[in-house]
Ligand binder design. Structure first.
Ligand code: COA
Length: 674
């Protein structure tokens, strides 16, 4: 915990930060090689109206960067991911230049040049002479500790490392390094900036290769040593169990062999066991296959590969955690979103179990003596929240759902983690209550994880059980003495909205929106969505009919008008403050969802039923209408909820549900027949 505090002294959720400086207006990226232009492109897509300077000493590099930007925008336009005016704004105001003098007004300068300390130092002393003394200056090095690059700077407090992952225009993670020369204000500003612009920043300590490249470089390096026992193709095939592409395939794509030599040589400062495999110096490309190709590997070879590769993966993971280079959650999650691991290293350990991990580590210590071994118990490495950030603000636990790659969609694991945090603290007198919010600026939560739904389709009992299991968090909140307030920072959809409405209060930012899109998938909100709104805010019943049966989306103002939301604010930090205040206001005043029948207005369903341009299933709409009516007519809240679960079960067995869910997962529009 102390190590986590050291990495995140201001809190885990960067959007709590209220920075003293605004978004940058002018940004420079130095280095127009592979990653530099991609970093620039990400910034321009997030902030199309800023001025971006792309600086290099080689004119051809600048020309090809310009071409790359045109290709990227064309592709986005072709795929309808971007509008013409957006593409134009992105391409406008990019200055491709060899003249450093042009960057003098930049608020942020990111260097992405060759990994060479004297070169980087020369670039930075030149930059520092030109720019304002408050300009934030960062390097995208993947391996060199910050002090070796920045200690000669006149104002090192505004410098640090921001390490991106390929392809940087799209890949979510960025490591932000905390080091003794940088001010906390600089680190905090960068964390805030990255989340605001759609990235997922991880704070890491200033160790050689930081956090995620220690995993990647050593994973590749040990694959190099394993070539004594197996071919590159065999190794890539066996580790496909854990990663989307094996080390040799990735090294070919990234021309990465020299990188492994360089970064592992640097790590040898920590011991000779990090020595780069000599073969990386003499081979340019590896003979391997595309992921998914058929490769026969003998049982014995497979075992050797699996044990060694898991050994190095676990060794590095233990070391990162034990030395406080990164947090367990960041390491686990970062390995997935930065390095393509199908499960995080700590998830793999959990699934294998303690005895098997012990066996692998023992074998690894014999094969590769000198490498770090675990210093804590198996249980300790497993005790963390994988999908939640938990912060404390004025005695209130603030829970942030962190799964931005799926717009914070709620999986079983997220549900279980929320429930555990609530249960663990429900009787703790030091905790006043809870706030639940979403990571990033787009979504509170885009609903229950649709990927799970196919399992329940066509099976009434399974669908009813699924809804009931998912409802555990809500049922627990219903009887809690401590208030829980939802802080809705963007879209609250479906199952996400079903959590928000069951909290004891809701505050929202002005860009928040509330919607039950289930009917467009041929299903209905089965975890209280057809029941709770009518009982808590009967004055909004007409609107709820449209929300549930026609997928109408309402904004924060409309939600405020019907009393669903108690306060609408301008910014995320304000939202957290207000939510915390609301928790304190609600002490001893929690209103329970009432029993008794509820009168609801007549439902008028247009023919044909439409949600925008989407034709809905009449059959599904009819089941939603019936469920709402029966829920309102139920004598008790518990009976009404039961009606909701049954409605969910009934609709899961329709053709509409099958078509709607399949269409979403196939990324197409559904075509409902009845
Ligand atoms: N469950 C699982 N994954 C979800 C999800 C959900 N409820 N909502 C969004 N995602 C995933 C998407 O599949 C996508 O993943 P991918 O990048 O691997 O393809 C990612 O989140 C981003 O969503 P995307 O659809 O690409 O973003 P968008 O801006 O084009 O659209 C939404 C945003 C919210 C309109 C769209 O994602 C959507 O309709 N989601 C489903 C909402 C819903 O019906 N919820 C009710 C379920 S209870």
């Amino acid at each position: 915990m102390d190590q986590e505090k050291k990495l995140y002294p201001t809190g885990h959720n960067p959007l709590f930060i209220n920075p003293s400086r605004p978004m940058p207006k002018e940004v420079a990226v130095i280095g127009a090689g592979t990653i530099g232009p991609d970093i620039g492109y990400y910034i321009k897509t997030a902030l199309p109206n800023i001025k971006l300077y792309l600086v290099d000493v080689v004119e051809t590099a600048l020309k090809s960067a310009e071409k790359r930007y045109a290709e990227y925008t064309k592709k986005a336009l072709d795929k309808r991911k971007m509008k013409e005016d957006q593409a134009k704004a992105i391409l406008d105001n990019v200055i491709y230049t060899m003249d450093y003098g042009q960057i003098r007004d930049c608020d942020l300068v990111i260097e992405a040049a060759t990994e060479n300390i004297p070169l980087k130092q020369r670039i930075f002393s030149r930059v520092e002479e030109l720019v304002n003394k408050d300009t934030i200056i960062t390097s995208n090095t993947s391996s060199i500790p910050a002090d070796r690059i920045f200690s000669k700077m006149r104002n090192p407090e505004r410098t640090t490392i921001t390490h991106f992952f390929a392809p940087a225009w799209r890949s979510l993670p960025v490591e932000v390094i905390t080091w003794s020369g940088a001010s906390q204000e600089t680190v905090d500003y960068l964390l805030w900036f990255f989340v605001q612009t759609g990235k997922v920043p991880f704070v890491t300590d200033n160790a050689i290769c930081f956090m995620l490249d220690r995993i990647f470089d050593n994973w590749c390096n040990d694959a190099g040593y394993l070539l004594a026992h197996a071919s590159a193709g065999e190794i890539d095939k066996v580790v496909e169990e854990f990663v989307s592409a094996g080390p040799f395939y990735v090294l070919n794509m990234a021309n990465g062999n020299p990188i492994i030599v360089e970064t592992n040589t640097l790590q040898m400062e920590e011991g000779a066991h990090y020595k780069p495999a000599p073969i990386f110096r003499s081979v340019e490309r590896w003979f391997t296959n595309r992921p998914g190709a058929k490769v026969a590997v003998s049982e014995e070879t497979m075992k050797i590969i699996r044990d060694r590769m898991l050994g190095i993966l676990f060794s590095q993971s233990f070391d990162i955690i034990d030395r406080g280079i990164g947090t367990k959650a960041d390491l686990n999650y970062g390995s997935k979103i930065a390095l393509g691991f199908k499960k995080g290293p700590l998830d793999i350990m959990r699934d294998l179990g303690e005895a098997e991990v012990k066996r692998i580590m023992k074998k690894f210590s014999q094969d590769r003596p000198g490498f770090p071994q675990p210093k804590a118990s198996f249980k300790e490495y497993q005790s963390f929240n994988r999908f939640l950030l938990v912060d404390e603000v004025d005695g209130v636990k603030v829970i942030t759902l962190r799964r931005p790659e799926a717009l914070n969609a709620i999986s079983d694991e997220i549900n279980n983690e929320i429930l555990s945090v609530l249960k663990e603290n429900a009787d703790n007198p030091a905790v006043k209550g809870f706030v639940i919010t979403g990571y990033g600026t787009r979504a509170f939560s885009a609903g229950a994880d649709i990927g799970k739904f196919p399992q329940t389709l066509g099976n009434k009992a399974a669908a009813a059980k699924f809804a009931k299991d998912c409802a555990e968090v809500q049922l627990f909140m219903d009887q809690m003495e401590k208030p829980v307030v939802a802080a809705v920072n963007g879209m609250a959809l479906g199952g996400g909205l079903e959590i928000a409405i069951r909290c004891h209060g809701i505050v929202a930012t002005k860009n928040a929106s509330f919607q039950f899109p289930e009917i467009t998938l041929g299903i209905l909100p089965g975890i209280g969505g057809c029941i709770v709104p009518y009982r808590k805010w009967p004055q909004g019943a007409k609107l709820f009919h449209e929300m549930i049966c026609l997928a109408k989306s309402i904004n924060a103002k409309e939600a405020l008008e019907i009393g669903m939301v108690t306060k609408v604010v301008d910014s995320y930090p304000e939202m957290i403050q207000e939510a915390v205040k609301e928790v304190i206001n609600l002490k001893g005043k929690i209103k329970r969802v009432p029993d008794g029948k509820v009168a609801i207005p007549e439902m008028v369903i247009p023919e044909p039923p439409m949600a925008g341009k989407q034709l809905l299933s009449r059959e599904a709409v009819a089941i939603a209408v019936k469920t709402i009516k029966e829920g309102a007519a139920a004598e008790t809240f518990a009976q009404a909820l039961e009606r909701g679960y049954q409605g969910n079960a009934e609709i899961a067995c329709t053709d509409a549900a099958k078509e709607g869910i399949t269409a979403f997962l196939e990324k197409r529009r559904p075509e409902f027949k009845k």
